[in-house]
Design a protein around this ligand. Structure first.
Ligand code: UD1
Ligand code: MG
Length: 450
């Protein structure tokens, strides 16, 4: 297999109208990655394949997503939607350049595995001209049926064109196909549109190849792998399968998930050793959790790094650019964005830290807010090592609190605080001795008169 070349053509020109969305279907996400991104990741993981992605006209967003997932993917545009074979031929220039195997993959099948793509390639390497993935869905409605004789595939009949006898076949077309490179174009170019929908069906490749005395085979896989996503309900079902896979992988690598079914992961979530995740935690894209850290319940993390033995939550929110070093504590109702919290620093309650640095060992009291936004621009707050920010303080950025400095509770800090100083920025307290008693006697006087 190693010295064989492969071209993977990913069809992503579908409108996906049943998603009822302004976004193209393949740009919907599962576990923090687009459907197209998942397919291209499988292509990349299978190794050794050039990729061509076929997008609809004007779909720069889909093209950009494809390039993001696989920078050297070649993009082709299918000008009109005239069927799956027509879409494949939009990438004719790539096929003409030659490859031992041509894989055709639908951009809306995010659960396809690199392993299965490898099996399809192997079937071609072993002499088939066409190899098709078959599966046995619980409900075969809408799928093409595979007409087989042993492991030889005789033809694929689209549901709209099938006889009632053919409709009773349980083995359905998963849609993914591999073609032998040398004969691919001559097979594809013979496909016509003489069917109910007047579309160029890729599935006709099977009958045509057989007519050319070439061999076609079907490989059976599980339904998950080939289930194409057309609706939001199917998107949610794929999400659920993907989450189960990710949780299993996390636990296999040693992460303690106290209630795995309540934890939502992204494909790129990274865990160190001896990490504990309590129930109901969401990991958006781009999160790394280092050894020994604990993520407590109801926390939401995205684009964040959590250092060794740090404790996050319950009810914490780490937004992009949050970087917690070792032994940091971020407690309930604390939000951190674009900020580095250095070793051992703590912010345990009701706090917003944005565009900031909190030095090692600093203590940020309950209700502290870094006021980073003046309505036009964002500004930075720098809190020195060992500083103590009293509860309910507002730090109006840009502002610096020096190492070891103290800020009195309830302060509004608008000027830099030197190292070791105490800053107070609040109204001075006034005490009126005996005032309550005077009020009482005033009240009883008024009552007597009435
Ligand atoms: C297709 C198969 C069917 C199979 C099913 C599995 C054909 C003719 N039929 O049917 O046998 O059981 O998938 O899910 O192949 N696309 C384009 N341009 C087009 C048409 C389609 O890019 O002109 C893309 C779509 O974006 C999609 C894929 O090709 O990613 C499949 O098209 P779709 O319309 O979903 O085909 P099905 O009717 O589901
Ligand atoms: Mg489909």
């Amino acid at each position: 297999m190693r010295d064989r070349t492969c071209l993977a053509i990913v069809l992503a020109a579908g409108e996906g109208t049943r998603m009822r969305s302004s976004r193209p279907k393949v740009l919907h996400a599962v576990a923090g990655r687009t459907l197209l991104g998942h397919v291209l990741a499988a292509v990349r993981a299978a190794g050794g394949a050039r990729a061509a992605v076929v997008v609809g006209p004007g779909r720069e967003d889909a093209a950009a997503d494809a390039r993001g997932a696989l920078p050297d993917a070649e993009i082709f545009v299918q000008a009109e939607r005239r069927g799956t074979a027509h879409a494949v031929l939009a990438a004719k220039a790539a096929i003409a350049r030659g490859a031992d195997e041509v894989l055709v993959i639908f951009g809306d099948t995010p659960l396809i595995s690199a392993d299965t793509l490898g099996k399809l390639r192997r079937a071609i390497a072993e002499g088939a001209a066409v190899a098709v993935l078959g599966f046995r869905p619980k409900d075969p409605k809408g799928y093409g049926r595979l007409v087989t004789d042993g492991d030889t595939l005789l033809s694929i009949v689209e549901e709209a064109d099938a006889s009632s006898e053919q409709l009773s076949i349980g083995l359905c077309n998963g849609g993914l196909m591999a073609l032998a490179g040398p004969t691919a174009l001559s097979v594809l170019e013979r496909i016509g549109c003489d069917n109910r929908k007047r579309e160029y069906y890729l599935t006709d490749a099977v009958g045509i190849a057989r007519g050319m005395n070439l061999r076609a085979v079907a490989l059976e896989v599980t339904e998950d792998e080939v289930s194409g996503i057309n609706t939001k309900a199917q998107l949610a079902a794929a999400e659920s399968v993907m989450q189960q896979r990710l949780r299993q992988a996390a636990m296999d690598s040693g992460v303690t998930l106290v209630a795995p079914e309540t934890v939502h992961l992204s494909v790129d979530t990274k865990f160190g050793q001896d990490v504990t995740v309590e129930p109901y935690v969401v990991f958006g894209p781009g999160v790394t959790i280092e050894d020994g850290a604990t993520i407590r319940s109801f926390s939401h993390l995205q684009g964040a790094q959590v250092g060794r033995n740090a404790i996050v939550g319950p009810y914490a929110r780490l937004r992009p650019g949050a970087k917690l070093e070792a032994d940091v504590h971020i407690g309930n109702f604390v939000e951190v964005k674009e900020a580095t919290i250095e070793t051992g620093a703590k912010a345990n309650h009701l706090t917003y830290i944005g565009d900031a640095r909190v030095g090692a060992g600093a203590n940020v009291g309950a209700g502290t807010i870094t006021c980073n936004y003046d309505g036009a621009a964002k500004h930075r707050t720098d809190i020195g090592a060992g500083a103590f920010i009293g509860s309910n303080s507002s730090l109006v950025a840009p502002v610096t609190v020096g190492d070891g400095a103290y800020v009195g509770s309830g302060s509004v800090i608008t000027e830099n605080v030197p190292s070791g100083a105490l800053a107070l920025g609040r109204g001075r307290q006034v005490v009126k001795e005996g005032w309550a008693q005077r009020l009482q006697s005033l009240k009883s006087l008024v009552n007597k008169k009435a």
